[in-house]
Design a protein around this ligand. Sequence first.
Ligand code: PAF
Length: 285
Amino acid sequence: MQIIKTIESLYKRIQSFKKEQKKIGLVPTMGNLHEGHIKLILLAKKHSDIVIVSIFVNPMQFDNALDLTKYPQTFLEDCLILKKEKIDILFAPDRSEIYPNSTKMHTYIDVPKLSKIIEGKSRPGHFLGVTTIIGKLFNLIQPNFSFFGEKDYQQLLIIKTLVKELNYPIKIISIPTIRLKNGLAFSSRNKYLNNLEFQKASFLYKIIKKTINIVVKNHGKKLHETIHLSKMSLIKKGFLIDIFNVYNSQTLDVFSKKNKKNIILASVWLGKTRLIDNKKFILPN
Ligand code: PAF
């Protein structure tokens, strides 16, 4: 595995891969790698000749400065994992390499129809930061494929829209959320949970599944009541709810009984930790 820190050396490597007509697979990350990332890397290996993983804690996507400074950084451990997985290149630029000047005045990419709703409403500017860094990485690395987890579902839809509308010749491939045995989704933020919170956290996915069972059984009727009861159960357990609702899984429009392909999106706080999760479901006729 080669570690590349500068855009200049990255360009040289990418040019030689392109000359050799190698298929490049990119797994963009912010480090603190877990089982979910490893699954993305394994999939990248299946599709590509060259696997590039990027580690960059992107300041532009943090709506809160404290959240950025607290974000877990485990570069040495991450390198060991990546070496073991035998990836080809780790691109780990310093912040000044990616943003030589302030991020506030930086050119940005926005996907306006999806970036300001749901999670984007709670975290203004977050998705604009995500799409801008992803656009930059796509320009720098020119991958044939890029791999993302479905846990960040709104992010995934936004990136797919970005690729489509800005005509990037890149195939976006996603994998279902990887979970612990108790159902808790793998996330770098799980590290913030204390023991008690860690045990409670698995309740989120249980409630999501229970809510879906009821919504499906009721053919979408009495949705507001069902959602309200689920939220109450979460609150009783100690969660603070930001988002817990049913949306059209293709457009993220609010729920309508006419639409069959749906998703529950949830963002909740457990103590100081923000957890997000989701599950898709089909509404029967
Ligand atoms: O999901 C993440 O880890 C980040 O949002 C991403 C896609 C690497 C962009 O910084």
